[in-house]
Design a protein around this ligand. Structure first.
Ligand code: PHE
Length: 339
């Protein structure tokens, strides 16, 4: 029996040496130590031994069991360590490799000009409203004092979608929507895309951007308009910028003006940016026509207002001395990366 026990020990250890997976080790444990295992089978024969032999063999059997258990534990530990080393090797990260540089995006110059305008007007108490690009004739023309047969409709070549639906030619349509839905005091700006069937060239695009402004309250005068626009121009073009009003005509404002700012490039002497005039035209404006107010249910005897429409693309090109408006729309990365 003693010899048998020794044999089991040697066999178990040899098997463990050869084992190459935890699963194999597990099988060895069952084979030698399990309920139906070889050691158990021997212990079952203990009954046939003499009372003197029994404790000696019992002790020996326990020693063998202990040794095999220990060998199993050692072998499992080794395997775990090996597996971990292998994993670490596989997952090794070379921290000396240089990183991949992520390119930072930047705002499109039109958007950054718009964000500046929004900041400037918000600080003066304006809020920002939105209006649809697909408009009705009513909001784009009629309510703005441009009846169907009015020659002013020819001022803006219009993309019609149906007989009465069109792509808005001016953000002024949002003036009407705002006055219909709100009571004075009103102070809003409405930025957005507008459409006119113009041919593309260095200064024209069939899609461009305006920022409409509207203030309606008691006692609003042309002085308020001038002060507001001067403040805006100084913040956009620099604090020495001057603003000039030229008489003009829009059907929905009376009086109407076109507004020039002194050229920030040459300070008014005349240069390439201002085409020699010293001034840059950036917007149309005026006092809201009494008929427009009345049409929106606002009593022109009580309230007055001013409105303006900034040409955002022109503001952007002159601000950055960009010579061709097309650059703003072509999405050439070499151009856009400069901002
Ligand atoms: N809507 C006018 C245009 O597109 C600009 C404008 C806006 C004029 C508001 C006066 C008041 O030319």
């Amino acid at each position: 029996m003693k010899q048998k026990l020794e044999e089991i020990k040697v066999q178990a250890k040899a098997a463990l040496e050869a084992a190459d997976s935890t699963q194999a080790v597990d099988e060895i444990r069952v084979k030698f130590l399990g309920k139906k295992g070889e050691l158990t089978a021997i212990l079952k024969q203990m009954g046939s031994l003499s009372p003197e032999e029994r404790p000696v063999m019992g002790q020996l059997a326990n020693e063998v069991r202990g040794e095999i258990e220990e060998a199993i534990a050692v072998s499992l530990k080794e395997m775990k360590a090996k597996a971990q080393t292998a994993r670490l090797e596989k997952e090794a990260v070379d921290i000396s490799i240089s990183g991949k540089r992520k390119e930072n995006g930047s705002l499109h110059p039109i958007n950054s000009a718009l964000e500046d305008l929004i900041d400037i007007f918000r600080s003066m108490g304006f809020d920002v409203v939105d209006g649809p690009e697909v408009e009705t004739e009513y909001y784009n023309f009629e309510a703005l004092n441009v009846p169907a047969d009015h020659p002013a409709r020819d001022m803006q070549d219009t993309f019609y979608l149906t007989d009465s639906m069109l792509l808005r030619t001016q953000t002024s349509a949002t003036q009407i929507r705002t006055m219909e839905s709100r009571k004075p005091p009103i102070r809003m700006i409405a930025p957005g895309r507008v459409y006119r069937s113009d041919d593309v060239d260095a200064t024209h695009s069939p899609v461009f951007h305006q920022v409409e402004g509207l203030v309606v309250d008691k006692g609003i005068t042309m002085c308020d308009l001038k002060g507001t626009l001067e403040q805006m121009a100084r913040e956009i073009y620099g604090k020495d910028t001057k603003v000039k009003f030229r008489p003009s005509f829009f059907p929905f404002t009376e009086p109407s003006v076109e507004v020039d700012v002194s050229c920030s490039e040459c300070g008014g002497k005349g240069c390439r940016v201002c085409k020699g005039s010293g001034w840059i035209e950036i917007l149309g404006a005026g006092m809201v026509h009494p008929r427009v107010l009345a049409g929106c249910g606002i009593d022109p005897e009580v309230y007055s207002g001013f409105a303006f429409g900034i040409g955002l693309d022109r503001l952007t090109t002159t601000r950055h001395k960009i010579s061709d408006i097309r650059l703003l729309f072509e999405n050439d990365m070499r151009f856009l990366k400069q901002f």
